[in-house]
Each structure stands twice: as C-alpha cells, then as structure tokens.
Ligand binder design. Structure first.
Ligand code: PMP
Length: 427
C-alpha cells in the first residue's frame, strides 16, 4: 500500500524546540505551504556539487565549464519534470513572485489580463503595474465548473479588436489546498484566443505537472516550496513573448554585443532564449537544487506521494470534523479534491493566539493570518471588506479576520499529524 510508505527524509527532523511549559519537543513543521523543509537528498546533492562550482557561461576553466553544463542540464531536467514542449523556455528566476512579475513585464502592449479575485497576491498584483495592460477580475467561483463558466463568460465578451489576452490561475490554492480545473480553464482560454499562465507554487510539490498535456502556456513555481532551499524559482513556457520583449533586467549575460554609437549612446544586441531574462551571475546552486528536487520526487514517485498525502489529508479532515468548534474553510465545498493545505478557524479563539499556542505548548509550526490572499480569505470568512493589513500579519483582537493554516507534504510523518490533532482537541 503506497499510502503507508515512509515519508521522505527532510532537514530539520531532529530539531528540538523549547516549550512554554519548560520541557522540549522535536519540531513539527506543518507550514509546508509557506516553505517546505529541504529534502536530505537535495542537500546531499548540493553538498556533493559545491566544491566544483564556478561561474557559468563565462569562465574558460574546467570548473566553469562543468558548472555551465550542470546549470544547463538543470534547465533540461526541470523542463522534463514539468512535461514541457520541445520549444519551451525554462527561465530561472528568484521565486514564483519573480516569475509572474517577469511575465507581466514581457506582456505585449494592450494585453487584457483575466484573473480570479481569489488568487494569491503574487498572481493578483503584478499585472496592474503595467499602465498599458488592462486587468479584469473574475468573481470567486463556488465550484470548479463555475470557475470555467466565469472565465468563459468574461472571455466571450471580448471584441475582435481587443488585442492579446492572458489568463492567470492557480493550480492549487495556498489557503484551502483545493485543486483548480487547469486543463478545462486552459481549453476555455484557448477557445477564446487567450493564453494562460499557471501559478503552480502549491501544485508542483504535490502533483505531477503536465505543461504539454494540459497545454498551459506558462507555469511558475518556487524552489523553496519544492523541497529545495530559498532563492530560485522557474518560469517555463512559450518563447515568443519572452523573446519579443525587452530583457527583464539589463546587464551582462543578457547582452550579446554592446558598442558605443557615433551619437554617443550605446547600441545593444540582446540574447534570445532564457539568457535574455537572466542578466547577472545566475543562482547556479539554486537551479541545481531545484533539479535535484525534481529528480528526488520523480524517483520516489508521485503515485506514492499522492497516496500518502491523501491518507494524511483524510486523517486531518476527519480529526478536525470531530472537534465541534472547528470550521474548515472551503471555496468549492468540503471534501473537494485538494493538496495537503487546509485552513480553519476555531470558535472562541483568535487565530493568531491559537497558532501561538500550537507553537508554545506543542512545538507545532503552522501559519496564521490572511496568507497573502486577502480577498479570498475575507470571502471564506464572510467578513466585510477591511483595510488590507500587512501581508500575512496577524490581525490583533478577538473576532478579527484571520485563520490558521496547516500544511504538509512528502516529509511529514504521521506523528506530526497526530500531535496536531491532539493539540487542537486539547485547546
Ligand atoms: N502563489 C502561491 C499560490 C503561493 O502559495 C505562493 C507562496 N505563498 C506564491 C505564489 C509566492 O511564492 P514566493 O513567495 O516563493 O514568490
């Protein structure tokens, strides 16, 4: 039974933290949706490579050439992991946020962007910064089918002279964990001549991604949620908009030739391909670590990963349902297919205080707040619109609008889930 397979070894499993009661306990990391602990395998692979690293695309020395090969090979491994088409580009960025800002920067002028109001701020906000782009916010759907209907209706209202269109949608919610109907939304987008970018930050660690099969135009994700360390992310997909725009950053690596012009200025010829948007010395270790994570998850197998995770999700859902005062947040209705991310509120408790008690009394790390998805969390809590607080900052005071999020993945042992459920019951 693959659901009973052992969790993958991750860093931090032996970390012991103090309790307010005076004792100490091994730390239970249940905030994978923010950042997952690095896989031991990834750490070992990076450590084995570290003595050999050198500058890429620049040095004449052996280690520079070796590093260039490993960096470019990492790109190819990521492309294979995502199921990319042969002509797709894989650009290494800093994070999902960076990837989506890069895509916003390369949109053709007068693009219409369609985005659900329920998105994470990284998917919601980059588009407005382009003065020559219009943004159309779609209402929160109450089922996957309604998401497709809302999008289809909005796209059908476009006129023939309306210019290019881009749909931005999340693969799995960072608040409810619920899966969005990616293939159906992509078909709807393409049927109306729009392109689509998938925010896969929460999807990639939990489900196989199939860029070519789903036919999504771009996919964005972060290494630190995929069991690699911080600092590197990916934007993968169609080359034409990327190659047709000015480089995201100007500098070395993106420029093929630079010469002084007779009129006193400089003439620049920019590279095409991924290098165009990777100016400066790239994060080679970060890219290598993402590729190592892709290898590790592929070897473990998504069948096993999904089976294990579904058993844990079911356990958490059932355990929380047994506690009468807990309300689990759901956009698509309780029991909808989801990854290992779940948010809830507890009657009579301020969510920030509850999360603090889980940490101080039980050594359990969860997150509280609005999870950088303020409009969605307000909809789920049924609250009146408020002034936005700082992203993720707990709103003080009883009755305030915030929630508690528990999230887990490939490295989560059953004991962490049981300790969490026991703590919720006791509190
Ligand atoms: N999209 C989603 C769905 C996320 O959950 C997150 C991280 N919480 C992001 C985007 C942004 O990722 P990062 O902070 O790594 O840029």
């Amino acid at each position: 039974d693959p659901s009973l397979c052992a969790p993958l070894p991750v860093l931090g499993r032996d970390v012991v933290v103090p309790l307010v009661t005076g004792g100490e306990v091994s730390y239970a990391a249940l905030d994978y949706a923010a950042s997952a602990p690095a896989l031991q395998r990834v750490w070992d692979d990076v450590a084995a490579y570290a003595p050999y690293y050198g500058s890429v695309h620049r040095g004449a020395g052996y280690l520079s050439q070796l590093s260039t090969d490993l960096f470019e090979n990492s790109r190819a491994e990521v492309a294979a992991f995502l199921g990319c088409r042969p002509d797709d580009e894989v650009v290494f960025t800093r994070s999902t946020t960076d990837s989506l800002n890069l895509l916003a920067a390369v949109l053709p002028a007068h693009t219409q962007v369609f985005v659900f109001e329920t998105e994470h701020h990284a998917s919601l906000l980059p588009w407005e910064r382009r003065a020559d782009v219009s943004v159309h916010y779609l209402a929160a759907p109450r089922s996957p089918a309604e998401a497709v209907e809302n999008l289809t209706r909005a796209l059908a209202a476009r006129g023939p002279a309306d210019g290019p269109a881009l749909v931005c949608v999340t693969g799995a919610s960072n608040v409810t964990g619920e899966l969005w109907p990616v293939a159906e939304l992509t078909a709807a987008a393409h049927a109306h001549g729009a392109r689509i970018v998938l925010d896969a930050a929460q999807l990639v660690p939990h489900r196989p991604v199939d860029v070519a099969g789903w036919d999504v135009d771009w996919v964005a994700f972060s290494g630190h949620k995929l069991y690699a360390p911080f600092g590197a992310g990916v934007l993968a997909g169609r080359a034409d908009w990327l190659d047709g725009a000015e480089p995201y950053l100007a500098g070395g690596g993106a420029s093929r030739t630079v010469a002084r012009r007779a009129d006193g200025g400089v003439e620049v010829e920019w590279h095409a391909g991924a290098a165009r948007h990777e100016a400066g010395s790239p994060n080679v270790i970060g890219a290598y670590a993402i590729a190592a994570a892709c290898r590790a998850l592929t070897e473990y197998g998504f069948d096993t990963l999904v089976a294990r995770e579904e058993r844990l999700i079911e356990r958490v859902r059932r355990g929380l349902a047994e506690v009468g005062q807990v309300r689990v947040l759901s956009l698509f209705g309780g029991g909808a297919p989801a990854v290992g991310v779940l948010s809830f509120v507890v009657e009579g408790w301020n969510s920030s205080h509850f999360a603090a008690a889980l940490s101080a009394e039980y050594g359990i790390g969860v997150r509280d707040g609005l999870f950088c998805a303020h409009p969605l969390v307000r909809t789920l809590l049924g609250g009146a619109p408020q002034e936005p607080g700082e992203c993720g900052a707990p709103d003080a005071g009883p009755g305030s609008l915030n929630a508690i999020r528990v999230s887990f993945g490939a490295g989560t042992p059953d004991e962490h889930v049981e300790r969490f459920l026991g703590a919720v019951r006791e509190l």
